[in-house]
Design a protein around this ligand. Structure first.
Ligand SMILES: Nc1ncnc2c1ncn2[C@@H]1O[C@H](COP(=O)(O)OP(=O)(O)O)[C@@H](O)[C@H]1O
Ligand SMILES: N[C@@H](CC(=O)OP(=O)(O)O)C(=O)O
Length: 451
């Protein structure tokens, strides 16, 4: 038995939903499907999740919310109309949006409740359509399924007791349609995962029902060794390990959410990435061990911008017991999470995502506390950084991987701010200036994949 997740690109219109129905009709092993909100129909289009966020913003800033509500309802009206399903759903959807706007006062809770509507409405439409074409189907709200999550708005984590509740889906004879992206807190509030989080719901359902395979349908035939929007015709990956995928999806391979690996790697449920528009083509399998390590010691190169680094220098820092701990404690106190921490004998740098400082004064406050509490000899900030990562299980045994990367950077005049190799030796990170990101990915890709 399989669980399949269909992303926003697979469900952006009635035509796409018909393709999804065909995939399920052709494969009776798919018993449970997790769906996203309608995504972009073309490059100029807007995802329904973004329309819902715009509705929230209009509401918060006191603007008229009616145009945004209508825009959202029109997306569903077009789908409902073409699929020929019960148009009474639209009135229900309008009432739900208005009810949230009128009754939820806490802004973070309101934002999550509105965002959840994108997948929740789509799941209801899809289940109704499946029934209308004779495919016995049922919509399940995450509340009925028992998806309990931590109370962290826009960043929920699953509470493990949910798995026991989810197992009840196994006893059904319907194709179960479950909206992705959100669950309920113990207090009964809607809480969403981070963006792209329907992949996480799919993984949770796959584990809860003990699926033999989690199929993740998107708009690409494969996961490629570099982002296809940056490198032309990149190498298609047939097999990649959970660990490799986690490193790459965390650092720019947005095709699969990095947190969606966690529910599956422990129980070794494999993941298959497939294309809704060409379901018989290719596919990338995410597994615990891969066979192609000798042929491809490096499996992918990726990168992401939006980082900054803070470095302190203190002569004889290595002799000052507790200095590093006090340095890190300051970031913890401000709720800032740190991604990398390269150290020298007399200096420590920390790299973090800059978006954590948006809309607050934390950066200035941290700098002040660092100066007053630690009194370093030197305190230095680098902004507009990007992190590039080279990933592969075979790097552990391959000689010269770092040399090849630094040579590629030197040949392309890219200045390196930092190098960090994790203890697992399956990834190597490089901090560079954000303006050099695409050139860096190109040059690394060609270094490792041109044959
Ligand atoms: N290494 C990669 N291989 C394939 N696609 C990638 C990769 N990195 C990023 N992507 C992007 O991920 C997109 C699919 O993810 P997403 O838009 O979230 O799909 P969905 O709507 O199915 O959830 C692709 O269209 C592609 O632009
Ligand atoms: N709709 C949500 C969740 C999601 O997973 O969407 P998609 O499958 O289109 O990446 C978002 O846009 O973040």
């Amino acid at each position: 038995m399989k669980v399949a997740k269909f992303g926003g690109s697979s469900l952006s219109s009635a035509g796409q939903i018909k393709k999804v129905a065909k995939i399920i009709q052709d494969d009776p092993n798919i018993r449970h499907i997790v769906v996203s909100a309608p995504g972009k129909r073309d490059d100029a289009d807007t995802k329904v999740t973004d329309l819902l966020i715009a509705l929230f913003t209009n509401h918060r800033t006191g603007l008229d919310t009616q145009p945004a509500i209508e825009q959202i309802l029109q997306r569903y009206a077009a789908i409902i109309d073409e699929l020929g399903v019960n148009s009474g759903l639209l009135e229900k959807f309008e009432a739900t949006l208005k009810d949230h706007l009128a009754n939820i006062e806490d802004p973070e809770r309101l934002l999550d409740a509105l965002k959840s509507c994108g997948e929740d409405f789509n799941a209801q439409v899809i289940a109704e359509y499946f029934n209308s074409i004779g495919m016995k189907s049922r919509y399940w709200s995450p509340r009925e399924v028992g998806i309990l999550v931590s109370d962290e708005p826009s960043n929920a984590r699953l509470l493990p007791e949910s798995y026991e509740a989810i197992a009840k889906l196994k006893d059904t004879d319907t194709v179960n349609v479950i909206p992705g992206f959100f669950g309920y807190s113990k207090d009964g509030d809607i809480v969403t995962f981070s963006r792209g989080g329907s992949d996480i719901t799919g993984a949770i359902i796959a584990r809860g029902v003990g699926a033999e395979l989690y199929e993740n349908f998107t708009d690409q035939n494969y996961i490629y060794s570099a982002h296809p929007g940056i490198v032309k015709d990149p190498h298609p990956i047939e097999e990649i390990t959970y660990r490799e995928m986690r490193e790459l999806s965390y650092s720019g391979f947005s095709i699969f959410h990095d947190e969606a690996l966690e529910p599956l790697y422990e129980v070794k449920i494999p993941i298959m990435i497939k294309n809704t528009n060409d379901p018989k083509a290719g596919g990338t399998r995410i597994v615990s061990e891969r066979g192609s390590v000798d042929e491809y010691p490096v499996i992918g190169v990726s990168g992401d911008d939006g980082f900054l680094s803070i470095t302190i220098k203190q002569y004889l820092l290595n002799r000052e017991v507790g200095y590093s701990r006090r340095f890190l404690q300051i970031f913890e106190d401000f709720g800032i999470s740190i991604e990398h921490m390269p150290t020298g004998i007399d200096d420590i740098s920390v790299l973090m995502r800059s978006d954590q400082f948006e809309g607050n004064n934390k950066f200035e406050e941290i700098m002040e506390v660092l100066e007053t509490q630690l009194q370093p000899e030197w305190l230095h900030v680098e902004k507009d950084l990007a992190m590039v990562v080279v990933v592969g299980e075979g790097m552990r045994n391959a000689i010269g991987t770092a040399y090849r990367a630094t040579k590629a950077f030197a040949e392309n005049n890219i200045s390196l701010q930092m190098i960090n190799q994790g203890a697992s030796e399956i990834s190597m990170f490089f901090a560079i200036q954000a303006k050099d990101l695409d050139t860096a990915i190109h040059s690394l890709y060609h270094t490792y994949f041109d044959r």
